[in-house]
Each structure stands twice: as structure tokens, then as C-alpha cells.
Ligand binder design. Structure first.
Ligand SMILES: [Zn+2]
Length: 345
């Protein structure tokens, strides 16, 4: 049996939602992660420092007493965001970063930005004060194929922002394509990217194996194998511009198994096991710590976590639980459907 010890990971992209879902999903993250950047796309979204502080209090109440965990809050950028309020919320440490959603790109993104040019003064302010910008990098025009939306966003929007504001700290979140790995790799040093466990584990066939698989539907949608391979390459090499952001995104099972199923994969529960398996399969287990625990905190100028976690490679694959109960409904737990031998102990 093989055992490894790594610095406790951070999750630089998480959806905790609110109310009864929040209470059951927060402990799934705090068990194995020391810190997380929390997405602001609630209904209604987190638009100012005051709302972020109240949301953080609700999260803190849901953290088990045995876990040491710090949530980093974010603001949802709109074309009406006041740049002085944003600066104040950042300086007061009410928020850590701001999130840019193109209008309509994913779950609860209707208030998002229609035209990047309308928020350039806000982005200039962020560059000046050193506040990180997190981007859901997909265009939303109906005429652009859903599998091409990340690539088109890079060409039409991200390139513009990076050229205008090279000093702005940007995370292109949950990247899915070779186009993104290449662009970020060649980009300036302030441009980095996060990658999810499900985009490392699966290609787009997984949405359609033997029938339609609603639990493998997420946005950005899974891509071709050549794109997955490109993500694998940068992650397993320990490339410092790429790090973990799980995009764990719970929905009720009844909302996923539906004629109009929600986008989002809830992967918090077995995230570290799945990642260890993927890195092991590519003979790169020694680089897991860089991806989950070092590269992200380096980019954000934060210190390393002081505690560690241990993972053990079992002789038999671990048995995944299928669901977590929430009231009369449940949240379905991501299972990549290949044998996973690594367990956090
Ligand atoms: Zn997300």
C-alpha cells in the first residue's frame, strides 16, 4: 500500500449555495480543504460587501467545529457595480475577489455582464488595488456552438482584457480546452487558470454513455479527449499557472434528473481521491500537492497551509456513496465511473 502526505489543499472555486443545501455541502468541502473561494451566484447574487459578510456568517455557522476552514468571499460584477464600493469592500476584507459572469453563461448568471467594455473602469480599479478578477470564460451568443464558447471568449474578450490591463490578476476559471491551456501558458504572469476534477477525469462522451447522463452535465460543458489531455498535461506537470478550483456545484437530484436538467457537478466529497487517482494514472502523484495546495496560494499571494492530509492507496477501489440527503430530496455525488483506489485518511 502506498501512502502520501501533502499540504492541506485549497479549493479556489466552490458553490455553497444557501439555506438547507449550504448546511449539508459545507462540511463536504471543509473536511479536506483549508480555504475556498466562494462563488457569489446566489438568487439574488452577492453584489456588495454587506451581503458578502452576511453570507460568510451563514457559511461559518455550517462549518463543523472539528474543521479549520476559511471561506474567501466574492462579489458578482454587473454593469452597475460601483467601483468605489468595490474598493471599500476589498479594503475592508469583506471580499477577496470579484467574479465576472457573461450574462446567461451558467446557473444564476442572468445579472451578468453583457459588454465587457462597460465594466472596464471597474477592472482598471481592480488592477490598481490588486484585487483578483475571476472569470467564467464563455460567450453566450446563441450562434456560437456550446463546445466553442470558451475559445471564442478567449479571442473576443479575454485577449482584450489582458492587453488593456496586463497588471490585473486574472483567473480564467474551470478551463476546458487546449485553447485555454495554450493561451494561459503563453500569457502574462498575472494570468492563471483553475481546473476541475471532472474536466480532468472525463471527456464529453461521458454525457452520453448508453443514454443521457444528467449528472455529467456542467458548464463549461465537458470537451473532446484532446482537450482533456491538454488539461492533464498542465495539471500533472505541476505547471505553476494551473491549480485546483473544483467548481463543486450542488443541485437537488430532482433538478438534475429533469427534462430541463440543471448544469453543475457536485464533486466535493471524493475530489481528492479522484485527483490522486488521475495523477497516479499519469505517474505524477508527486505533483498533486503543487496542483491542490501550492500553485493557487502562490498566485493569490497567500501563505501555505500549515496542516497536512494523508492519502492511502487501497488494494480495492473505494465504494462511493451515491447521494447526500437534503430534506425530502438529495444531492447526487460525482462518480467518474473508473476505479478509484486513493482515500483520504
Ligand atoms: Zn462555478
Amino acid at each position: 500500500m502506498q501512502e502520501i502526505e501533502i499540504i492541506k489543499p485549497d479549493d479556489w472555486h466552490v458553490h455553497f449555495r444557501d439555506r438547507e443545501i449550504l448546511k449539508v455541502v459545507v462540511p463536504e468541502t471543509t473536511r479536506n480543504f483549508a480555504r475556498a473561494i466562494v462563488m457569489p451566484n446566489l438568487i439574488p447574487p452577492i453584489l456588495n460587501g454587506k451581503q458578502a459578510i452576511l453570507y460568510k456568517e451563514r457559511i461559518n455557522k455550517a462549518i463543523p467545529k472539528t474543521d479549520n476552514f476559511e471561506p474567501f468571499m466574492t462579489l458578482y460584477l454587473t454593469e452597475k457595480t460601483n467601483k468605489n464600493d468595490l474598493e471599500e469592500a476589498y479594503n475592508n476584507k469583506a471580499v477577496f475577489a470579484a467574479k465576472l459572469y457573461p450574462a446567461g453563461a451558467t446557473t444564476n448568471s442572468d445579472s451578468g455582464v453583457k459588454d465587457i467594455k462597460n465594466i472596464m473602469p471597474t477592472l482598471e480599479k481592480m488592477a490598481k488595488i490588486g484585487m483578483p478578477l475571476l472569470i467564467h470564460g464563455e460567450v453566450t451568443h446563441n450562434e456560437v456552438d456550446i463546445f466553442d464558447r470558451e475559445k471564442v471568449f478567449i479571442n473576443q474578450n479575454l485577449d482584450f482584457i489582458c492587453k488593456e490591463l496586463p497588471e490585473l490578476k486574472i483567473t480564467l476559471e474551470h478551463i476546458t480546452t487546449e485553447d485555454a491551456t495554450m493561451y494561459v501558458n503563453q500569457g502574462n504572469q498575472n494570468l492563471v487558470a483553475s481546473i476541475t476534477p471532472h474536466h480532468l477525469a472525463l471527456n464529453r462522451n461521458a454525457i452520453f454513455v448508453g443514454g443521457i447522463r444528467p449528472h455529467n452535465y456542467c458548464l463549461p460543458i465537458l470537451k473532446r479527449e484532446k482537450h482533456r489531455k491538454s488539461l492533464i498535461k498542465v495539471a500533472t506537470k505541476g505547471n505553476k499557472k494551473f491549480f485546483l478550483g473544483t467548481d463543486t456545484a450542488p443541485h437537488f437530484t430532482s433538478y438534475k434528473e429533469n427534462c430541463c436538467g440543471c448544469a453543475g457537478i457536485f464533486n466535493a466529497t471524493y475530489c481528492m481521491s479522484i485527483l490522486a487517482q488521475v495523477f497516479d494514472d499519469y505517474n505524477s502523484i508527486e505533483n498533486l500537492e503543487k496542483f491542490t495546495s501550492l500553485n493557487g496560494s502562490n498566485h493569490y499571494g497567500l501563505s501555505k497551509n500549515k496542516t497536512k492530509i494523508k492519502l492511502l492507496k487501497r488494494e480495492n477501489p473505494i465504494v462511493f456513496k451515491k447521494q447526500i440527503k437534503v430534506g425530502n430530496d438529495s444531492i447526487s455525488v460525482f462518480n467518474p465511473n473508473f476505479p478509484v483506489y486513493w482515500e483520504v485518511i
